[in-house]
Design a protein around this ligand. Structure first.
Ligand SMILES: Nc1nc2c(ncn2[C@@H]2O[C@H](COP(=O)(O)OP(=O)(O)OP(=O)(O)O)[C@@H](O)[C@H]2O)c(=O)[nH]1
Ligand SMILES: [Zn+2]
Length: 201
């Protein structure tokens, strides 16, 4: 490639980088809040912020099949399996501010158990999207039911929302607790009680 063409291609590359839509939007936001996006400390901020937001919402690029990666194993186990205190980081869909907390999962297998880490990966896949906590809880439970065909699934999420702490009503200590019980966890109160007891312990 001759020098002139190289220069044109390199300039086009630069423009392409600058014109990444999310970066452009962050530049506009920085301007809208009264800051100068060209000042030294902020020059790279639009691209950093875009990268961070893409990371925080990477769940949109994932699907259940890829996340599970075939880690579903035959098992005779028909007792409750509980994995608790799976930390979660999400963004509330109303303010796009973080909510963070823990997810507790229980299920009763029906011939198949799921790779342990995959429960946490399912939580992440749905948490790393714009969410409300109620839907997040339900989506996690439905996914586990769909993938394992379990006799029952229970999911409890406890989370603290920055939109309630840093702004708005500014309540620092309240947590939202949501649950979704499916199959035997819904129908059988002893199963539900066993699950709730296990996650309390
Ligand atoms: N149910 C539910 N509500 C949420 C969640 N995250 C944020 N919210 C609420 O969404 C509501 C949005 O209410 P609006 O009145 O439209 O927005 P707002 O003026 O910013 O509300 P305030 O937060 O009360 O200042 C607020 O009550 C938030 O607390 C969530 O995960 N679940
Ligand atoms: Zn919010």
């Amino acid at each position: 490639m001759d020098q002139k063409l190289k220069a044109v291609v390199s300039e086009a590359d630069e423009n392409l980088q600058v014109e990444q839509p999310m970066e452009q939007e962050f530049k506009r936001i920085i301007t809208a809040i009264g800051e100068d996006p060209s000042r030294e400390g902020l020059v790279d901020t639009p691209s950093r912020a875009a990268k961070a937001l893409k990371y925080l919402t990477r769940g949109y690029e994932q699907d259940l099949d890829t996340v599970i990666n075939g880690a579903l194993f035959s098992s005779e186990c028909d007792s409750m399996v509980v994995v608790d205190h799976i930390e979660l980081y999400s963004l509330c869909e109303h303010h796009m501010l973080p909510f963070t907390g823990r997810c507790h999962i229980g299920y009763i297998p029906n011939g198949k158990v799921l790779g342990l880490s995959k429960l946490a990966r399912i939580v992440d896949m749905y948490a790393r999207r714009l969410q409300i906590q109620e839907n997040l809880t339900q989506e996690i439970a439905n996914a586990i039911m769909e993938v394992t065909g379990a006799k029952g699934v229970g999911v409890v999420v406890e989370a603290s929302h920055l939109c309630m702490r840093m702004r708005g009503v500014e309540k620092q200590n309240s947590e939202m607790k949501t649950s979704c019980m499916l199959g035997s966890f819904m129908k059988d109160k002893d199963t539900r009680a066993e699950f709730l007891q296990l996650i309390k312990a």
